[in-house]
Design a protein around this ligand. Structure first.
Ligand SMILES: N[C@@H](CCC(=O)N[C@@H](CS)C(=O)NCC(=O)O)C(=O)O
Length: 209
């Protein structure tokens, strides 16, 4: 059986749990405690050279790391990824954009808030917002004229970008500035099999959680 190493509040891990649920793929869930340094152990380093979650362990013991790579691996041959070479390149392009222009700026601001460090880190949060808003404005501009990020349907491009954008308000981003992003977030949430970040997948082996 597939095994997912994740952590409870990780938006990168949430992407994978949503897709596994949408694909109806059974998996064992191993939830790590990041604050206890569980991604820093020698055993975990053998699973992921970058010592981060998410990690997908395949049935044969090999691992896939990096949320975008895991999404692409799982989506291969399914409706969530195009066969067409050009459209695939567009999906991958959005995934790079998410990692480079959005994810870090949103995730760090969110972590400072979740850990009660927002006052102490207010200058850093301001800088993160300055960068994050640039990425969000580009996403908003695309969504003015497009229902989905690539082509005419929901794909792993939407899922990859969705996760942290939907959590941005937890990092004090003013998301009411972006009506088209909000319309698109609602469309992603309405997809069959979508689950919330703290929800359990129907296909999850809870014994391993
Ligand atoms: N680019 C990576 C980022 C993964 C990442 O930042 N994971 C965080 C949780 S969301 C983590 O494991 N942090 C613990 C650490 O860095 O020690 C991906 O998309 O999978």
């Amino acid at each position: 059986m597939l095994r997912l190493y994740d952590s409870r509040f990780s938006g990168n891990s949430w992407k994978i749990r949503i897709l596994l649920n949408q694909l109806q793929r059974p998996f064992e869930r191993h939830t790590l405690d990041l604050d206890a340094g569980e991604t820093k152990t020698d055993a975990f380093l053998k699973l992921n050279r970058f010592s981060r979650v998410p990690v997908l362990r395949l049935e044969d013991g090999r691992t896939v790391v990096e949320s975008a790579a895991i999404l692409l691996y799982l989506a291969e041959g399914t409706p969530y990824l195009y066969d067409d070479q050009y459209l695939r390149s567009q999906v991958i392009g959005w995934m790079f954009f998410e990692q480079g222009d959005l994810q870090r700026f949103i995730a760090l601001a969110r972590v400072y808030h979740l850990k009660g460090m927002a006052d102490k880190m207010s200058q850093q949060i301001e800088q993160l917002h300055a960068n994050g808003y640039l990425g969000l404005a580009k996403l908003e501009r695309w969504l003015v004229a497009h229902e989905w990020l690539v082509g005419d349907r929901y794909t792993v491009a939407d899922l990859a970008v969705f996760s942290y954008v939907s959590l941005a308000h937890e990092g004090s981003y003013q998301m009411d500035r972006f009506p088209n992003i909000n319309r698109w977030l609602d469309s992603v949430k309405a997809q069959p099999g979508w689950i919330g970040i703290l929800e359990q997948s129907t296909y999850q082996n809870n014994a391993a959680a």
